[in-house]
Design a protein around this ligand. Structure first.
Ligand code: 13P
Ligand code: SF4
Length: 304
């Protein structure tokens, strides 16, 4: 924090000068999460909050698809991405051509795309979902067969929650969550019998089967706040436990975590530079943004 403090102050001063807000994902470092954010949350909360922003500038502390979503919802505002290389393995796994391929294979089936996709993919989809509302969105689709892209494991996990649907999926995976194994979880439970295990639904189904609770990053935060376990293992990105532990010193966080190399590209230095120079503005072509907005807004309306 001694090194971070001058950056935190400079960014907060510049935010006032530029009439900017910082929307930060739960995977940001504690310095960003606690020091400079105006809103923190999971992808769903950040998308909903993006519809309420009154400031002129949004600084997206998260990954590129999140900044695109903010821009889609706020075409007249400036949305700054402190590092354009902050991508996502899921978003990189599919293009609009992949969506067309799935539609050709399953004619008439609705396409539910995870928000972890590019604007172009959202524009080619019928509706978006996040890990917080995926089961609800899929259950609301017409017909028996539903195409879910691009996260194979999220689709397989949702299939268990919505057995009345025949869910077909794309073969995308999150490089952070696919690394956890069911054996890791069994080992930790063996060593710490009172341990509560909380996993993100981007993990493979056999990993989720070993968990006490599965949910979006906001769902994980809520669960820990509600249940206040003595010991907890968060089967997700490393910053989650770091961010949560300040509010819950009574909980001992154990176990392995995996770092998201994309999320960790966002640093205080880059946020300061982008706000200072007003560089890194995200643009989405208006015709793509118009179609993508329909898919994102349908999701937001269905999640109320
Ligand atoms: P949440 O919507 O649960 O925050 O997940 C976003 C994400 O990228 C997780 O890897
Ligand atoms: Fe993408 Fe996984 Fe990183 Fe989330 S944790 S941004 S899904 S690579």
């Amino acid at each position: 924090w001694a090194i971070a403090a001058p950056y935190v102050k400079a960014i907060n001063d510049l935010k006032r000068e530029r009439n900017a807000v910082v929307l930060a994902h739960n995977y940001m470092t504690p310095q960003i999460y606690h020091g400079i954010s105006d809103v923190v949350g999971d992808s769903l909360a950040l998308a909903i909050e993006a519809t309420r922003v009154e400031a002129d500038v949004i600084v997206q502390c998260g990954v590129h698809f999140m900044a695109e979503t903010s821009k889609i919802l706020n075409p007249a505002k400036t949305v700054l991405m402190p590092d354009m290389e902050a991508g996502c393995s899921l978003a990189e796994s599919i293009t609009a051509a992949g969506i067309a391929e799935m539609r050709a294979q399953y004619p008439g089936a609705p396409v539910v795309s995870y928000v972890n996709t590019t604007a172009e993919v959202k524009a080619a989809s019928d509706i978006c979902c996040t890990s917080a509302n995926a089961a609800q969105i899929v259950a609301a689709m017409e017909g028996e067969t539903v195409i879910m892209t691009p996260d194979k494991y999220l689709a397989q996990n949702v299939a268990k929650q919505v057995p009345q649907k025949n869910i077909v999926w794309w073969d995308g995976r999150c490089i952070v969550h696919e690394k956890f194994t069911a054996q890791d979880l069994r080992d930790f439970r063996g060593w710490h019998p009172d341990l509560k295990i909380i996993a993100h639904p981007e993990c493979p189904p056999d990993v989720l089967a070993e968990a006490d609770f599965a949910g979006s990053t906001a769902g994980i935060l809520d669960w820990v706040g509600r249940e206040r376990p003595g010991q907890a293992m968060l089967v997700t990105e490393c910053s989650m436990a770091a961010n949560i532990s300040d509010a819950h010193p009574e909980v001992e966080f154990l176990g392995p975590c995996n770092m998201c190399p994309y999320m960790k590209k966002i640093t205080l230095e880059k946020v300061l530079w982008s706000l200072h120079t007003m560089t890194g503005a995200v643009e989405v072509a208006p015709d793509i943004a118009d179609r993508a907005r329909v898919a994102v807004q349908r999701m937001i309306d269905l999640s109320r």
